[in-house]
Structures are given as C-alpha cells and as structure tokens.
Design a protein around this ligand. Structure first.
Ligand SMILES: Nc1nc2c(ncn2[C@@H]2O[C@H](COP(=O)(O)OP(=O)(O)OP(=O)(O)O)[C@@H](O)[C@H]2O)c(=O)[nH]1
Ligand SMILES: [Mg+2]
Length: 286
C-alpha cells in the first residue's frame, strides 16, 4: 500500500518546514518516507533534504518567467497547467515508490485551493494509481491574532476542503510563536489557553461578540455578513485545528498519529481474518 499526504495551506504557513520535520520523524520511526516538491517556485536551497520527486525537474517558475516572459503569477498558473498536461511524468516518477509514504509539499497560492482544477485532478490521479491520499491544511498561529483574519482563514480552509474529496485535517502551525496575545490582552495564562481553545475549535461567537477593545465595525452590512458567517460555521462545523509546535516532539507525534489515523495507515498491512483468530492469538496479545 502506498500513502500520500498533501501538505497544503496559504503562503508561508510552514508547509515546507513541516514536511521536513514530518519526514525526519517518520524516518526516525523506521518508516520509509519521501518528500515530493510540487512547488515550481521553490528556491534551490529550500529543502534540507533533496526531494525524491521535484516538479522543478519538469518545469520551474524561473525558466517559465525567463523563457516565456510571464510574471510570477501567470508563470505559476502556466506551471500547473503544464503539470496537468504532463501527469504521465508524475506517474512515472511515482511508479518507483512502493510501500512508501510520500509527503507532498504543495505551493502556497490560495487560488490553487479555491478554484483551480490542479489539486482535484492530482488527487484523482493519485487514487487511480492506488495511492491512499489525505490532506493536511496548515494555517499559521498568527491568524489567531485577529478575529477577522482568522475567520477568513477558516473560510479558505473550508473552501479547500469541499474542493477535495479526501480525508482532511487542519493544523494550526507555528504554535511556538503563540504567547498570550491571542486577539486581545490576556490577563493571565489561563485566559490565554481558554482563548486558544476557542480558535482551535472555532467558536463563531468570537465574530459576533463585541467584548474586544476595538470598537465594533459600524457598517451594518459588515455586521450582517458576520452574522451570516457565524451561522454558516455553527451549521457546518467542518473545521477544527490540531495545534502543531515543532519545538515539541510530543506535538509532532500527535499530529503524525492523527494523519496516520485519517489515512488508516497500516490497516492493510498483514490483515487478519476474524476466523484466523483462536484463543492462542489472544494469549499473545498484550
Ligand atoms: N517560529 C516558527 N517559524 C516557522 C515554523 N515553521 C516555519 N516557520 C518559518 O516560517 C517561514 C515560512 O516557512 P515555510 O516552511 O517555508 O512555509 P511554506 O508554507 O512552505 O511557504 P511557501 O512554500 O512559500 O508557501 C520560514 O521563515 C520558516 O522558518 C514554526 O513551526 N515555528
Ligand atoms: Mg514551501
């Protein structure tokens, strides 16, 4: 069985850093893992490890900009279109990996997650190849410093989720940067922790409430929009975040085991039919 984790999320969310730590962690647990770089704009020294598969071997943003005269955004769109037309290249590259765990480091262009056909097509191809796939969507902890920014992050995570019909987990990255200044002054550590919980499991009332320092936005249409978003999140609580603090092995381990669980990793290894079990087997169990 082959597995792939799409590491997704907006620009600078920590996708490449997490991919590297994730791979190191799996290798230390004696699991074979590889990084696939799907970011055509990644710069040469972006990776601590050489990616096993690298889209830049097929097409790189730098070349596209130089040779085709595109700007950075048009250039990226061109790169994704090019990969879509050359999926056989990716299939061939992936063909070499058996029984492996692939960590696919995706680019940070938000358009890619909201309306471009690139990721849905990639996911279809992976599943056709029999690769079990899930996605991790990273949002960085700085989003928690501003309620409005945070909910725009929640909405983009939701929009990305409904676009990709695969198991999915959301991660609040860079938790090491979280001090007590989560949207508003914390009077003490307890208050801060309680506030963080309201973000990890988004409490729509954060948007509706006006207990904050800043004056409530005066535009009534803004208020109505917020009410609608509050209702949407209350009715469809699709998004909650697992905190990720890369300075803590425990935290990384927890995230990895959630990903394993989401993908049902290992479920197919040495399957045991119920009729194979007899009392001797139970005696061996711990
Ligand atoms: N404090 C802290 N900084 C981090 C962490 N993860 C990443 N960073 C920093 O955040 C910046 C972006 O990290 P990347 O891993 O390149 O993020 P990315 O999502 O791959 O970025 P793009 O590929 O450009 O979208 C870098 O300066 C990292 O050093 C983290 O867990 N804690
Ligand atoms: Mg990156």
């Amino acid at each position: 069985m082959r597995y792939a984790v799409l590491v997704t999320g907006p620009a600078g969310a920590g996708k490449s850093t997490f991919s590297t730590s994730f791979m190191t962690h799996l290798r230390m647990s004696k699991r074979s893992a590889h990084i696939v770089n799907l970011d055509p704009a990644a710069t040469g020294d972006a990776f601590e490890y050489e990616p096993a598969i690298d889209i830049r071997d097929l097409v790189s943003l730098e070349d596209v900009m130089q040779e085709m005269g595109y700007g950075p955004n048009g250039g990226l769109v061109y790169c994704f279109e090019y990969l879509l037309q050359n999926m056989d290249w990716l299939e061939e590259e992936l063909g070499g990996f058996d029984d492996d765990y692939l960590i696919i480091d995706c680019p940070g262009q938000i358009e890619l997650y909201t309306h471009h056909p690139f990721l849905p097509t990639l996911v279809r191809n992976l599943s056709r190849m029999g690769i079990r796939t899930c996605a991790a969507y990273l949002l960085e902890s700085q989003f928690m410093e501003d309620r409005y920014k945070f909910f725009s992050g929640v909405l983009s995570a939701m929009s990305a989720m409904v676009n990709l019909e695969i198991p999915w987990i959301n991660i609040m990255s860079k938790m090491d940067l979280v001090t007590s200044n989560v949207d508003g002054p914390a009077r003490n550590g307890r208050r801060a922790r309680k506030d963080i919980a309201r973000y990890l499991d988004p409490d729509p009332m954060l948007l509706a409430s006006s207990h904050q320092r800043e004056p409530a936005p005066s535009n009534p249409r803004f208020h109505a929009l917020n009410q609608a978003i509050v209702q949407l999140i209350e009715d469809h609580p699709l998004v909650s975040f697992l905190p990720l603090d890369l300075t803590s092995t425990d935290s990384l381990e927890t995230v990895v085991s959630h990903i394993d669980f989401t993908m049902q990793y290992g479920e197919d290894e040495e399957p045991k039919e119920p009729h194979d079990l007899d009392e001797g087997d139970f005696a061996d169990m711990e």
